[in-house]
Ligand binder design. Structure first.
Ligand code: PMP
Length: 366
């Protein structure tokens, strides 16, 4: 083809060219504490059972389109009906299905910044307007600001993230209840880190609280279940919300392997709880150590901690850590988080490596 005759590229659809995508640097390091994954893999018995399931899998057939076995298993875990469960490729795809179903032009969703960037990002990708309000300086929801936004913007979805990524705090039950009562549309509580916290909005469903018909709780297998490679997430909500998501998901979107992996994982709840308590214990140790260093840090109920070096810039500290083969997340350019870094809780050895590298960077002699 004559290169000089190449025509101008086809323009992207309006709004898309301003999007920069969502990236987390994937750098080769010895200690990777930047994406809130589980530091430990799933148990060997799960691997063996999955291998056996794969050996028998009908690869020439499409998977169960509605993932009934997985939905039944999840429904049993949460004490709900399978019709109240929708599964997809990671909780990000769950969020995308929700936004395709309820968002779109002339509609808006509400977010409270700083929070998980994908709520805004996926909304924008689906052509949905986004309205936001800031959290308090300590990153709690600012209820008067929340009430004002809900009244003024009439959002079709109000996003909460509990515990909130990247700040780490979980919303107390009365706050979720307050938002449920005031929100005109769905209240989507993203509980990707829900099991690390003492309380979750999932518990509200059992409480019979008012407004429950508009509560959507989203969870993932990527964190506590140590299955980020599988891409599996789900929501629990009223059956009509599940049906709406099924309308927007592609046919057979959830492959048979992932469905089987999820069903088998749920049979290993004890292993999951063991990993969970190790991480919670290590989170406490990290928080204690950070409190004695030249950083400001925030209480976390998740598997990560947000902190801000007080005497050096975040970028300098981030680079110092990288030079010592420790990768954390640089949040300093994210809205409302100047100077902040986020560290994922790793294994005891990884956490010690991180603390040693941080002490070196901060010139702390201990
Ligand atoms: N929600 C929150 C708050 C998250 O932090 C993440 C992962 N970073 C996700 C959803 C998406 O998780 P996944 O798609 O792996 O289920």
């Amino acid at each position: 083809m004559n290169v000089s005759a190449r025509r101008a590229p086809v323009p992207l659809r309006p709004g898309l060219s301003e999007q920069s995508g969502y990236h987390s640097p994937q750098v080769e390091v010895e200690v990777r504490l930047n994406t809130n994954e589980s530091p430990l893999g799933p148990p060997d018995s799960w691997r063996a059972q999955l291998a056996a399931a794969v050996a028998d899998m009908a690869f020439h057939r499409y998977p169960d389109r509605r993932a009934w076995a997985l939905r039944r298993a999840l429904a049993a875990v949460h004490g709900v009906h399978p019709e109240e469960v929708f599964c997809a490729n990671g909780s990000n795809e769950v969020l995308q299905c929700l936004l395709l179903a309820y968002g779109g032009p002339q509609r808006q969703v509400a977010v409270f910044e700083p929070t998980y960037a994908l709520h805004r990002h996926i909304a924008e990708l689906t052509g949905t307007g986004v309205v936001g309000a800031w959290r308090t300086p300590q990153f709690a929801l600012d209820l008067p600001a929340v009430d004002a936004l809900l009244a003024e913007a009439d959002p079709v979805i109000t996003f909460l993230c509990s515990p909130n990524n990247p700040t780490g705090m979980a919303e107390p039950p009365d706050v979720v209840q307050h938002v449920l009562e005031g929100a005109p549309g769905l209240v989507v509580v993203d509980e990707a880190y829900g099991q690390f916290s003492a309380w979750g909005a999932m518990d509200l469903r059992r409480s019979g609280a008012s407004g429950l018909e508009r509560l959507v709780v989203v969870r993932t297998f990527s964190k506590t279940w140590a299955m980020a490679a599988c891409r599996l997430g789900y929501l629990v909500a009223e059956p009509e919300v599940v049906r709406a998501c099924e309308l927007t998901a592609l046919p057979y979107h959830l492959d048979a392997l992932t469905q089987a992996a999820g069903v088998l994982a749920l049979r290993h709840e004890d292993d999951m709880r063991e990993r969970l308590s190790l991480i919670v214990e290590e989170r406490q140790r990290l928080a204690g150590a950070l409190a004695s260093l030249a950083v400001e840090s925030w209480p976390s109920q998740a598997n990560f901690i947000l902190f801000r070096p007080t005497q050096r810039s975040a970028v300098e500290v981030w680079k110092d850590l990288l030079d010592q083969s420790v990768l954390v997340r640089d949040c300093s350019t994210w809205p409302g988080l100047p100077g902040c870094l986020r560290v994922t809780v790793g294994t005891p050895e990884e956490n010690s490596r991180f603390l040693e590298a941080l002490r070196n960077s901060l010139g702390d002699e201990r």
